[in-house]
Design a protein around this ligand. Structure first.
Ligand SMILES: Nc1ncnc2c1ncn2[C@@H]1O[C@H](COP(=O)(O)OP(=O)(O)O)[C@@H](O)[C@H]1O
Ligand code: SF4
Ligand SMILES: [Mg+2]
Length: 321
């Protein structure tokens, strides 16, 4: 049997924000793996630590955030131990990051072409012609007329700006692309079309993707596997299909009810009562217990481990048999 090493292996990763009131643990003991060419979706409410997790994986965290524990292995190499010099070699070339807002990530006073040129030259010497060819190629890949290499970010529509950022992320054909809600600034129709395009690019180029969103319906058709985050922790992970058709964790069940089914009849949005905890002082036991409709006495004191269900890992005492 051939066992391929994962492209990305995150093990026991914890991230703290050091504040005047103490350390806020925004990511707590997260472990996950992404195989070659796999599309992993990460979903959870705003504030649950999705961006912090992605920034930690990409080694883009800055103070007051710091990695408190755990490892991030990218193609077998420990990213946490890498210094800035080593990181510069792998970032963009081997893995790249697409941020939530192109408006913040792109330089407003440089044309798209100039920014692509900078990105290419930062990694390897290339002739002007090579740079132009590669820039035009990635623009076409994301469906933008290369004429817009001469445009400034503010001259593009929101959807085109996000596409331009994806073009930059693909300039070296990386093995992994990390995406933080890249469609969330767009209207529903533009979101859907960008999502389709991202999936098509991923299929064609074959990169592995980690895609974060607060919108479960968005990743339902696109990700191979789905990880559900709550209060800094992963609470359920499994094949997207199985998580969708048969959610196990009470939080996942709540998330499923908080968006309307696309095809089915209009249902009332039930959602999840209450709000996520203060990560400075998370609840003891299961972090979801103050909001959980199935709470049991042990949930208030005992932190649940992951229980193995046939197609799923779930962190909930209901599955202790
Ligand atoms: N600069 C900061 N200082 C202190 N705490 C922060 C800071 N940024 C984020 N946090 C904490 O980290 C949590 C997770 O934030 P974030 O990763 O942005 O969540 P998400 O991307 O899921 O919305 C927040 O709920 C907050 O408690
Ligand atoms: S461990 Fe208990 S409180 Fe937590 S999700 Fe499961 S049933 Fe609910
Ligand atoms: Mg975020």
């Amino acid at each position: 049997m051939v066992v391929t090493a994962p492209v990305l292996a995150v093990d026991g990763l914890s991230v703290d924000y050091i504040t005047d009131r103490g350390a806020v643990r925004a990511v707590d003991g997260v472990s996950l793996e992404v195989a070659k060419g796999e599309f992993l979706g990460i979903v959870g409410e705003s504030g649950c630590g999705k961006s912090t997790l992605l920034f930690a994986i990409a080694r883009l965290l800055s103070p007051p955030a710091e990695i408190a524990a755990g490892s991030v292995r990218f193609r077998g190499r420990d990213m946490v131990a890498m210094d800035e010099d080593e990181l510069r070699h792998v970032r963009w070339r081997d893995y790249s990051v697409v941020m939530q807002s192109a408006m913040n990530a792109l330089n407003p006073v440089m044309t798209i072409g100039a920014q692509l040129k900078d990105a290419i030259e930062a990694h390897e010497p290339a002739s002007s012609q090579k740079i132009r060819e590669r820039s035009e190629h990635v623009m076409r890949l994301v469906g933008i007329d290369p004429i817009h290499l001469a445009s400034y970010p503010h001259q593009l529509s929101g959807g085109m700006r996000q596409r331009a950022m994806i073009a930059m992320a693909l300039v070296f054909s990386p093995e992994l692309v990390i995406m933080d809600e890249p469609t969330s600034a767009l209207d529903v129709v533009a979101q859907r079309s960008l999502m389709l395009q991202i999936k098509e690019l991923q299929r064609r180029i074959g990169f592995a993707a980690v895609f974060v969103t607060h919108d479960m319906s968005l990743v339902s058709h696109f990700s191979d596997r789905l990880a559900v985050m709550y209060a800094g922790q992963i609470v359920e992970v499994g094949a997207t299909r199985s998580v969708f058709e048969d959610p196990k964790h009470p939080y996942t069940k709540g998330l499923m009810q908080s968006f309307p089914s696309i095809s089915g009849p209009k249902e009332r949005l039930v959602g999840i009562a209450g709000s996520p905890p203060d990560l400075l002082q998370p609840p003891a036991g299961c972090r979801f217990h103050p909001r959980c409709p199935s709470v049991m006495p042990r949930c208030r004191t005992e932190e649940p481990p992951f229980y193995e269900e046939p197609a799923d890992l779930v962190r909930c005492h209901l599955y202790d048999r």
